[in-house]
Design a protein around this ligand. Structure first.
Ligand code: FES
Length: 150
């Protein structure tokens, strides 16, 4: 049911924990199950130099969190903003259709952490974007409503 990569990242998740001096932190919740992901980013000169996570959730959520932190490291803020839940799932050689919604947390956590970073450096407005159309109850502000698979 799960790919070897999913099992690998579930049983041996990378980058678990907190970054004490993180300058971008995002926490999101999955409307379908109540699972929670918190993403910590350390960004220097517009490059993500470190990423860690804490996830209270299912195996797919842990695996996608782990892969998401691997994917964002070394990327620019702009590159990381383009990472979708599909890209995270594909990097894990796919997820079962019933578990695709778990990967939404990864995309949303990255977006929330980047938004927090941009707010910290004074680039983002404090305007809250209506999330209706994606998870519908994540409670954070973001402007990415497309590509949220069930
Ligand atoms: Fe909640 Fe997977 S069942 S994120």
């Amino acid at each position: 049911m799960y790919s070897e990569k999913v099992m690998d990242h579930f049983t041996n998740p990378r980058n678990v924990g907190e970054i004490e001096d993180a300058n971008g932190i995002g926490q999101v919740g999955n409307a379908k199950c109540g699972d929670i992901m918190k993403m910590y980013l350390k960004i220097e000169d517009n490059i993500i130099v470190d990423a860690k996570f804490k996830t209270f959730g299912c195996g797919a959520a842990v695996a996608t969190s782990s892969m998401a932190t691997e994917l964002v490291k070394g990327k620019t803020v702009e590159e990381a903003m383009k990472i979708t839940n599909k890209a995270v799932a594909e990097a894990l050689d796919g997820l079962p259709p019933a578990k695709m919604h778990c990967s939404n947390l990864a995309e949303e956590a990255i977006a929330a952490a980047l938004e927090d970073y941009r707010r910290n450096i004074g680039e983002a407005s404090n305007e809250t974007v209506d999330c209706t159309g994606c998870c519908n109850s994540c409670g954070h502000s973001h402007g990415r409503e497309e590509d949220f698979d069930e």
